[in-house]
Write a protein that binds this ligand. Sequence first.
Ligand code: ZN
Length: 132
Amino acid sequence: MWTRIDVPTGTRTRFIDITAAVAAEVDKARIQSGTCTVYVPHTTAGVTINENADPDVSRDILSGLARLVPATGDYRHAEGNSDAHIKASLVGSSVTVPVIGGRLALGTWQAIYFCEFDGPRNRHVLVGISGG
Ligand code: ZN
């Protein structure tokens, strides 16, 4: 079963915690054991799992990615957003989380983050849940 979650992003680069929205889809699926895949169907955004306790962590990841992949450089892509395409490939387009006991089996400090690299845009993710 696949469902869609809309993610308006608001700024050019941003990590948005979508854990609660994904967990709500797992609740609706009423499975006890299985997997939950979150897929981002965009070329300048991605998804990752990282710490939710200290908001400076996602800020620092964005800052680190900006140092690794400068906004301007030896790029040919005419849209002028090559840095966003590169960052999207670095973080990846999907994550899979185990579902155990009917709940996402994330670690205590883990959250699922939608990663915007070329916003603001109206984005969405696809959430696929399987199991029984
Ligand atoms: Zn582009």
